[in-house]
Write a protein that binds this ligand. Structure first.
Ligand SMILES: [Zn+2]
Length: 230
């Protein structure tokens, strides 16, 4: 590592660290797709963590240019960010440090490890909605997020807990009709049995955004092999 790169890297780590505590956290929350060294998608992380991996030279940036994928070390990516800022400012999220403004890469490739440690898919509202495709799991109709509720299949009053197999999306109407009863007791039927997702459902949601279009090739190719969870 050259002195320049080394200085730049430690400067970036410090810059990123101070940005975390400052007003520039917007760009640091942008999502970055992580590939392993075999170009398989393994994880989505935030830009904050991606910059740490890049600054430590654990990862390199993968960028799409004229339909091809090009890799850059952080130092080169930082220099190119000047150009991107001028011509592609709206296509990127940005992180500012004291010295430079850097485009948040959309994809990084981890060079050293075959994969990062596995991450559990978090049991949260967003992931349950994503798993169920925003469909009420009783009437099967599609609803806007704000019109959906989380239903405990076995109600809490009957001892049902929070789990992937006991929580489903339900529209307000179906949830009210079911009340504090099991589907059997209410004479209702689930359109499918809920299960824990094999991969982070947030990935398929984000692909809806043109900003993450460059992920598509890796995700399509790795669709069945992406390991984001158990
Ligand atoms: Zn419904």
């Amino acid at each position: 590592m050259s002195a320049l790169t080394s200085g730049l890297s430690s400067g970036l780590v410090n810059g990123v660290a101070s940005a975390i505590a400052s007003q520039f956290s917007g760009g640091l929350d942008a999502k970055v797709l992580v590939l392993n060294r075999f170009y398989s998608a393994i994880r989505v992380i935030d830009a904050r963590r991606a910059f740490v991996l890049l600054a430590k030279e654990i990862a390199e940036v993968i960028a799409v240019e004229d339909g091809s994928y090009v890799s850059y070390p952080l130092s080169t990516w930082t220099e190119l960010s000047e150009f991107r800022r001028e011509f592609e400012s709206t296509q990127h999220d940005w992180v500012r440090t004291a010295r430079v403004t850097i485009a948040v890469p959309k994809i990084v490739r981890v060079l050293c490890y075959d994969r990062l440690p596995r991450e559990q898919v978090k049991l949260n509202r967003r992931n349950i909605y994503a798993r169920d495709g925003s469909l009420c799991q009783y009437c099967g109709k599609s609803f806007a997020t704000k019109e959906l509720t989380l239903d405990h299949i076995k109600p809490r009053v009957q001892g049902g807990g929070n789990s992937w197999t006991n929580l489903v999306c339900a529209c307000v109407k179906c949830n009210a009709r079911k009340g504090g009863r099991t589907p059997e007791q209410a004479g209702m039927r689930l359109i499918r049995l809920p299960a824990k997702p094999k991969r982070n459902p947030a990935i398929s949601i984000r692909l809806g955004s043109p900003k993450y279009e460059s992920w598509r090739a890796f995700l399509d190719e790795a669709y069945w092999t992406v390991e984001l969870s158990d």
